[in-house]
Design a protein around this ligand. Sequence first.
Ligand SMILES: *Cc1c(COP(=O)(O)O)cnc(C)c1O
Length: 357
Amino acid sequence: MGERPTARIPVASESGYHSPQLDVAVRLNTNESPFPPPPGFVEAVAEAVRGVDWNRYPDRSATRLRAALAQRYGVTPGQVFAANGSNEVLQSLLLAYGGAGRSVAVFEPTYAMYSQIARTTGTRLLKGRRATDFSLDSGTARRLVLGEQPDMVILCSPNNPTGTPAADGLVADLEEAVGTYGGLLLVDEAYGEFAHGSAADLVSEDRSLVVSRTFSKTWAMAGARLGYLIAPTWCVAELEKVALPYHLDALKLEVGVLALDYADEMLDRVESLVAERDRVAHELARLPVTTWPSAANFILLRPESRPGVEVWQDLVDRSVLVRDFTAMPGMDGCLRVTIGSRVENETFLDALREALR
Ligand SMILES: *Cc1c(COP(=O)(O)O)cnc(C)c1O
């Protein structure tokens, strides 16, 4: 081979998404649901497979799925955009509203995919910072936004990996700020069902606010790769131009509609995970670790008696996988544990007690 082609700079220098998929007994590292979806749902999907017109392209406008989501959120189908996970929603937004010569602001520490997708789409990244307790106050956030006037602002609420929900009024304040110069505010509510309230209630045609959600976490469907955005119709129209035609396959469209029939079961699970989260937080308070209040299905913790990386490895040796954030700026020594089933949480707590000894 002669000269090997190189990818363009932001791609070639990208290290990719790193969350090791290790073979362990207890996987508490990617905020998945510990429970599979209800058996009735799985049966309904099996039935739906037989009804798919496999030789035909799927419904490009995802009519039934968008209608079902619109009904759930009290918006019109034209105010719903669906994609292969909320990561693809995010990429679509940055393809449409970011890109060369444009910028996006985030408040770190936060979800690492924002900066990665900013880089791969050639969007300049502006880094705001959360306070040392990971809260974000309106004054700080507005100063960055009004000073730099980024084309997009992303607020993760509850924030991953810290669990912090947006303070009251923050979304409205930021929406007002981006509205003064023509920016767009994205509130990423991947964990929204675990918290109180939703910014989706504020979405309207005359506000520059969009809210993304996903079936991956609360709906126990990380394997399905389905996420969506509640947004003004003018925004959805632009996103449809950057999405590839037929990007949602025929089965996924069915799966999304069927899942919404099981909303009650989903909310029951959310409730029991929230109870488990509070119980695990209570147990952690008795150990030599610092924790932060979480409105999501995970808890951030920092071991105080030993370095976080060593504790992470000790947990892996005991077949418990949590997420290692010790190398992330502003998160020295921090680990993030997803709330699992009661048995998984007990296994984690036992392993942690031993690792901290
Ligand atoms: C998990 C996660 C997502 C991505 O979810 P998918 O819908 O599975 O792509 C988006 N945002 C945050 C903050 C997440 O934690």
